[in-house]
Structures are given as C-alpha cells and as structure tokens.
Design a protein around this ligand. Structure first.
Ligand SMILES: [Zn+2]
Length: 447
C-alpha cells in the first residue's frame, strides 16, 4: 500500500505557528521605560490571541478530519493520522508547532460584521453620543465597510441614508463625508465657494469655520474638488508647497509644519499630493522608509507614530500609503520595484486583523481588549482590502490569508471608497457641469 503524505498543498503558512515569531518581540535591552512596558503588555495580549487561535485547532481539526486522537497543547504537540482512500493510504500530519495549518481556520466573520454594521444604520448606543457631530462620518464608516464586504443595501435603506445625508447639508454648500452625497444635485458653485472660505492665504485649508488648519483639510478639499470636478489652479495655489512643508525629518507627514509624523496625516499628505498631480514633490524614499518601519514585527499590524502601540485603524492609514508610494516609484521606472506585491508584509497584516482585531460579536477593534466601534471596523476592513489586493486590471494580484471567502472588494487607493462609486461620482459631476452650462452658470476652469 502506497503512503502519500499530505503536504502544504492544502495548508497555508501562518506566522504565529512559527516558534521563531517569539524572537520578534521587542527588547528593551535592560532599560525599562513606560512605553516599553506598554509595548510588552500589548505583545502579551497578542500572544494570548495567537494561543487561543492555535488551541482552536484541536476542535476544528477533529471536526474536519475525524482524527480520533488529535491533541494540541498550546501548539507544541504533534500527531499523525492515517486515512484511506481507494488503494492509497494518506498520512496526515498535524504538526501544531510547525508553521503549517489548514487554511480554512483563518476566517473573516463576515456575517457578524454585516449584522453589527446594519444595526448601526438604525440605532447607535449611548457610547456614540460623543460622535454627535460626526454622523455623516458614521454613515461613511458603515456604508464603506458594507460595500467592501459586498453586502448590498435594500432600496429603502439607501433612500433613508440619502434623506439623512440631505439633512446634513448646509445651505452654504458645506457638507460632511459620504460617497453618494452629491446625488442630490447639490449645486457645485455653492460647494466651491465653501472651499474658498475654508482656504487660508498660504493655500492650506481649515476643517470648518474657525476650525484648525491641518493636512486633513487639504486632503478633504482636494478629494471633494476632484470627485465633483471643481478643482481649479487658484483654489489650490500654494497648497502643494504647504503639504510638502508638513513632511518631517522622519519621512512621514505631520498635521502641520513642525509637528510629529503620524500615519493618518501621512496618508492625507501623499493622497492630497497625488490628487493634485504632484506626488513626486515630497521625499518619497524617506516616506517609504518611515512607513515600512511602522509595521510591527511581532503583531503584524501598524503603529501610527514612532514608538507607539499597534492599532487596527492604521492598517489603512499606513497600509493605504503603499499603493500611492508604489505608484510614484513606478513612474520613475525603477526596475527593482515589484510588479506583484506592495512593500509591506501583506500576510502579516491580514493575520493581525483576522486573529487579533475581530470582535466575537461582529465589528473590528484597535487591539485585543479594546471595544469595537464603526471607525475601527471601517479602517480595519479597508486595510484588509489593501493587504489582499495588489494593483488593479491586468496587474492585479490577490493574496488572501485563510479561507478564499475571506476575500473582500478592492478599495480606491486615493479616496478609500469603492472603485465603482468613484466612477459614478465622476459621471455625476460631469452631468452637473452640463446642467450648469445649460442653465447659464459659468463653468469653473479645470487643471
Ligand atoms: Zn485606532
């Protein structure tokens, strides 16, 4: 009787099964500090998630293979089982201390997340009171997550959200976030005058009347102006220079000149420069070096700033910068640039999100032990999308850790909304221009 060993064909590599991963924990070299203690605590929490994940193999392994006596003790024990099929006897290895494990075990709990998200469209708990002024943002976080999870909404739900967003629009044209908000024939001239009012003399943008001036304002203004096709040279005069002045000596971008480099601001910086067509103006190599080094060795997720803790939302804010950096470097025709992968460990990020950031009841979280919320759900899922999808079209490469059904939809690298939504927004903006022309309202010059 022939013996066939089941090899890695049906399994995929999971980092936390490799004992060497423990060597990646941070070392304080005998100099304990407040932040080294906090880092160590988080690594302990992540370690516990890895352990819990590996010990689940016992139950799942028994179920899936009917192995009679599979004992997995904290990932150290191994066991061998023989199964017969026709004339062949299969030798099935369960090596818990090895880096292989059946791929079915890493699961995106899609149904739970969808239920959590849909509940939020109808009712929000008391903990969301503090986000009373961010209700359109809540709509975006929920709708975008559902879109990436490929979960359609019923017509009446779409209508309800649209009606709600309509109420959020100010008479002066100012408007909160949300990909479909312009589907109400909002006159673009009013939006343009609102953007002019937010603009400062040097080309930066306020977040709102009397509000703070930071790089988010520049990104929001460029993003909205590009989506609605009202971008003009005058509106962004000096903006490129102001954004570039926010890049720090570390390589990342700060909220405004002279401050500390930060993941959220870095994404806003490189995305705004891309939207304005001049991403090469910043020091792209130092941005790449800074961003690459924000991926945590042990946890696999990203930190937002140097020497800070891992946080699920930076899966997008840092992870989302890689497609943009890649785009800039590819324009320089760098032969060493990969045509298949982004320049971060895409599998490690997916493992962090799937193993450490999924709340049992649905929704995703910052790190083990934290509460779930819609902001982290949105940006963990957006980061998962970036980690799964390299490029688009003919260059597209998909890497899915765990079950193939874990694959979610790609997100637009600059706007972080669905690709189709960007196409719809562009078509709609062009229609608005035509209507304005027809009505005799002067058209804005474009770049
Ligand atoms: Zn966060």
């Amino acid at each position: 009787m022939e013996t066939v060993e089941v090899n890695s064909k049906n399994v995929n590599k999971i980092r936390c099964y490799d004992p060497a991963i423990e060597d990646l924990r941070s070392k304080d070299e005998g100099l304990e500090t407040e932040s080294s203690v906090e880092q160590s605590k988080v690594e302990d929490l992540v370690h516990e998630e890895y352990r819990r994940f590996k010990s689940n193999l016992t139950l799942l392994g028994n179920e899936d293979t009917q192995a009679a006596s599979l004992i997995v003790n904290y990932g150290i024990m191994c066991s061998v089982e023989y199964q017969e099929k026709g004339d062949l006897q299969y030798k099935v290895w369960f090596i818990a201390s090895n880096i292989f494990r059946p791929k079915e075990f890493t699961v995106l709990n899609r149904d739970f997340h969808v239920a959590f998200l849909k509940k939020g469209l109808r009712h929000l708990g008391e903990s969301y009171e503090c986000l009373d002024a961010s209700q359109p943002w809540l709509c975006y976080w929920i709708l975008h997550s559902l879109e990436l999870l490929d979960e359609p909404l019923a017509d009446d739900q779409i209508s309800d959200v649209a009606q709600f967003l309509k109420k959020c629009q100010q008479p002066d044209g100012g408007f909160g976030g949300g990909p479909y908000q312009y589907a109400h024939l909002a006159p673009t001239e009013a939006l343009l005058s609102f953007l002019w009012r937010m603009r400062t003399a040097e080309g930066a943008f306020k977040m709102h009347d009397g509000g703070e001036v930071d790089i988010r304002g520049a990104y929001c203004a460029a993003s909205v102006a590009r989506l609605t096709n009202i971008i003009t040279k005058d509106l962004f005069d000096g903006t490129l220079e102001w954004i570039v002045s926010c890049q720090t000596y570390e390589g990342g971008f700060a909220g405004c000149p002279g401050m500390e480099a930060h993941g959220g601001y870095s994404f806003c910086g490189i995305a705004a420069l891309t939207l304005l067509g001049h991403a090469k103006l910043c020091n792209i190599e130092s941005l790449l070096r800074w961003t690459v080094n924000r991926q945590m060795s042990y946890e696999g997720g990203f930190q937002g700033r140097t020497n800070k803790l891992v946080d699920g939302c930076y899966s997008f804010w840092q992870g989302g910068a890689f497609p943009l950096i890649h785009m800039v470097l590819s324009m320089e025709d760098d032969q060493s640039l990969s045509a298949e992968r982004w320049m971060f460990n895409q599998e490690a990020l997916q493992e962090y999100i799937l193993i450490c950031c999924q709340h049992q009841g649905g929704g995703l979280i910052d790190k083990p032990g934290k509460q779930r919320d819609y902001y982290h759900t949105c940006y963990c899922i957006s980061g998962l999308s970036v980690a799964q999808h390299f490029a688009g079209g003919k260059l597209s490469h998909v890497y899915v850790v765990g079950k193939s059904s874990n694959e979610i939809k790609p997100t637009h690298p600059v706007f972080n909304i669905g690709i189709e939504a960007v196409v719809h927004a562009n078509i709609f903006a062009k229609m608005c221009k035509l209507i304005e022309k027809f009505n005799g309202i002067p058209n804005s010059p474009s770049f």
